[in-house]
Design a protein around this ligand. Structure first.
Ligand SMILES: *Cc1c(COP(=O)(O)O)cnc(C)c1O
Length: 232
């Protein structure tokens, strides 16, 4: 944990270590390490650190704000880099069109109004990112995500009513609870709805998430170091 935010560790070394830990966790769970993808959470990280990750071969990145992501990644994209950008932060309906246009994956679909906005934007733009539904497994009032008991109905509506390309689920467990229960809950919802993608696990708990079936782990500080303070 202490080396996670050490400024002395290069991003390349941190990434190699994380990939090694992903592989070990997969093997311990009798899973194929190739079935787990590292999403590098680059939000609020200084660009030189992010560039180091690119140099080290990282191609999949998570950002939590549409505008910040556009500002930071548009040029890299325009230069022809084959990167995959995943929106992992809450999305307002009025930003849906920008998000549909820019991201490869939106992980935070959690309500009908947003599903409608994404569907309308996808129709207008003639393309749609892959979608994950965020489930608020801890039912925390301050957190985004659909309540676990409403998830099955929402999944059905996203598929039938909105006809959106739903691929899986995402969650952020409460900070003060053992994450395994939440990962297990999310995996159960995915299994009974036939959803293959499970985005769960962050710097502190990605190995546990892998044990519970994570296909995508979202790692920020363990890869890049501590984030700059959030500017409001
Ligand atoms: C910031 C963030 C992460 C990365 O968190 P770390 O603890 O720094 O690895 C992962 N997922 C989401 C949704 C985030 O907002």
């Amino acid at each position: 944990m202490s080396d996670a935010s050490s400024p002395l560790l290069s991003v390349a070394a941190a990434r190699a270590s994380i990939l090694h830990r992903i592989e070990a966790a997969a093997k311990a769970a009798s899973r194929d390490p190739g079935s787990i993808t590292l999403t590098a959470v680059s939000k609020q990280q200084a660009w030189p650190r992010v560039a180091e990750a690119l140099d080290a071969g990282q191609r999949i990145f998570g950002e939590n704000r549409v505008q910040e992501a556009q500002e930071r990644w548009a040029q890299t994209r325009a230069n022809g880099s084959a990167i995959e950008l995943r929106l992992i932060g809450p999305l307002q309906s009025n930003k849906a069109k920008d998000a549909v246009d820019f991201f490869d994956v939106i992980e935070t679909l959690d309500r009908d109004k947003l599903a409608r906005a994404i569907a309308d934007s996808a129709a207008a733009l003639g393309k749609c990112p892959d979608l994950l539904i965020q489930v608020n497994t801890g039912e925390e009032p301050q957190k985004a995500g659909i309540a676990p008991l409403e998830a099955d109905d929402f999944i059905a509506r996203v598929r039938k009513e909105f006809q959106l390309p739903l691929k899986g689920l995402m969650c952020i467990p409460p900070a003060d609870e053992p994450p395994g229960l939440h990962f297990g809950l999310l995996a159960g919802i995915a299994r009974r709805n036939d959803l293959p993608v499970l985005s769960m696990g962050m710097s502190e708990d990605f190995e546990i998430a892998i044990r519970f079936g994570a296909t995508h782990v979202r790692v920020g500080s363990a890869l890049f170091g501590a984030r700059a303070p959030l500017q409001k």
